[in-house]
Design a protein around this ligand. Structure first.
Ligand code: 5AD
Ligand code: SF4
Length: 444
């Protein structure tokens, strides 16, 4: 394999933590064969776009960025352009990309990113153009090097794919069926992270509550949580995403009882209307969701509940939308990601006739955001004057002289404190609460 210490790569990642983690693996593989990372696109010898297709605007951004690379490639003919990720797994997309942007050198999908160094070698030695998309998921490839962004907290994927087929969602088509990693492999990774000084892990999967169902033993997600909780030296464990239909009592009990498990549950509701939920194939009603949220709040003191909400699903009426607003008020979310429904090719919702106009979607979206912000701010204000435990992740994004970290239940805190504390747990007294973050000072 070609070794080169001079060459630099640039990776741009769109989408969810799964994609972030895939990019960390691409980066890890490239570093292992001697490349170095750059944050400046113009300096790069290899540019990789790791794409997302969950919503149309993510796709448009990729197209826009690919267009801009044409001039760069003309100036620098040896530049290698690679594009990968979920977008490439869509039917005919790779061909469309090659036709519109013929200067792309390598196209690959979500199931074969471990082969990237091989593709790169072929392009460099033989000057060929490579397109390889594998439609069937292969076994899980273990042991790839990962070049992680943070030194304090890490994502650990515990399962890949999704079996749920929510009618609006493209993920099951581009990420394949659910596959769990072996418990031993997960534990090995977590222990390695701890030995490197990491303090927090987030266990990742599209639907973590299904963990273990395909492993053939009686492993469950709750059991995995208890096993990871035993890892010495680890301080905090989070997990996402939980599907409300699958979040079982044993998981709630594990969060309640295990000291390292943080009091935070990401529980996407998608809509507050039972009718729309049925059309979305979500398998729960508004009432069942509310019941579950109440149970979580009752069982786990100080828990924060976050969610994803889509507005403008086909056929959503004003009444359906009011049900969503009502649910948001009832649950009093600690944070919420809000999305405008985006039509995705070949999904059942795309074929529904009663699509909602852009105007109505935007109008509802604005009302929802207002409602969410009011509630999140109200909940954050409850922390004013409180002393909270923060895991210090690094310097604040906008104010370099400050530190940033998160509370156990996931709130972002910016505060004045000593840099020596990066990577440590400290107590912070909250002095100000906004809708996105808390501000405070170290409390000794
Ligand atoms: N349109 C808008 N939002 C979507 N999501 C998934 N598919 C779509 C779509 N077609 C949202 C869901 C999911 C989050 C990751 O993205 O809320 O939970
Ligand atoms: Fe998409 Fe539904 Fe699977 Fe989440 S659970 S990835 S929304 S199909």
């Amino acid at each position: 394999m070609l070794q080169n210490t001079e060459l630099k790569y640039y990776i741009e990642t769109w989408g969810c933590q799964m994609n972030e983690e895939d990019s960390e693996k691409l980066s890890g593989m490239l570093k292992r064969i001697g490349y170095s990372n750059t944050e400046v696109k113009e300096e790069a010898d290899i540019i990789i776009f790791n794409t997302c297709c969950v919503r149309e605007n993510a796709e448009n951004k990729v197209f826009g960025n690919l267009g801009l690379l044409k001039a760069m490639k003309e100036k620098k003919p040896n530049l290698i352009i690679a594009i990968c990720g979920c977008m490439m797994q869509q039917k005919d997309m790779a061909d469309k990309v090659l036709k519109t942007f013929p200067y792309v050198d390598i196209i690959f999908g979500t199931h074969n990113s471990y082969k990237f160094p091989e593709y790169l070698d072929m392009v460099q030695k033989e000057g060929v153009q490579i397109k390889e998309i594998i439609n069937k998921e292969e076994g899980i490839v273990e042991g790839l090097p990962i070049d992680r962004k943070s030194d304090v907290k890490a994502f650990v994927t515990i399962m890949y794919g999704c079996n749920n087929f929510c009618t609006y969602c493209i993920v099951p088509y581009v990420r394949g069926r659910e596959r769990s990693r072996k418990v031993d492999d997960i534990l090995k990774e977590v222990k390695e992270l701890v030995s490197l000084g990491y303090k927090e892990v987030t266990l990742l999967g599209q639907n973590v509550n299904s963990f273990g169902k395909d492993l053939g033993d009686d492993m469950t997600f709750a059991k995995l949580l208890r096993v990871v909780n035993e890892v010495e030296g680890l301080e905090r464990i989070r997990f996402m995403t939980s599907h409300p239909k699958d979040l079982t009592d044993d998981v709630i009990q594990a969060v309640k009882e295990c000291d390292k498990l943080c009091e935070q549950i990401h529980l996407p509701v998608q809509s507050g209307s039972s009718r729309v939920l049925k059309e979305m194939n979500r398998s729960y009603t508004k009432e069942q969701y509310l019941e579950l949220a109440r149970k979580i709040r009752k069982e786990i003191p100080g828990v924060s509940i976050s969610t994803d909400i889509i507005i403008g699903f086909p056929g959503e009426t004003e009444e359906d939308f009011l049900d969503t607003l009502d649910l948001v008020k009832e649950v009093e979310y600690d944070s919420a990601f809000t999305f405008i429904y985006s039509r995705r090719n070949n999904t059942p919702a795309d074929r529904m006739e009663n699509q909602i106009s852009e105007e109505i979607k935007h109008e509802r979206f604005n009302r929802l955001v207002k409602q969410v912000n009011e509630i999140v701010e109200k909940r954050n204000k409850e922390y004013n004057g409180e002393v909270v435990e923060v895991l210090v992740e690094g310097k604040s994004k906008n104010q370099e002289d400050r530190l940033m970290g998160r509370t156990r239940n996931g709130r972002l805190v910016n505060f004045e404190g000593s840099q020596e504390n990066i990577g440590k747990l400290v107590n912070v007294k909250i002095t100000k609460a906004g809708s996105f973050s808390l501000t405070g000072e170290e409390y000794k």
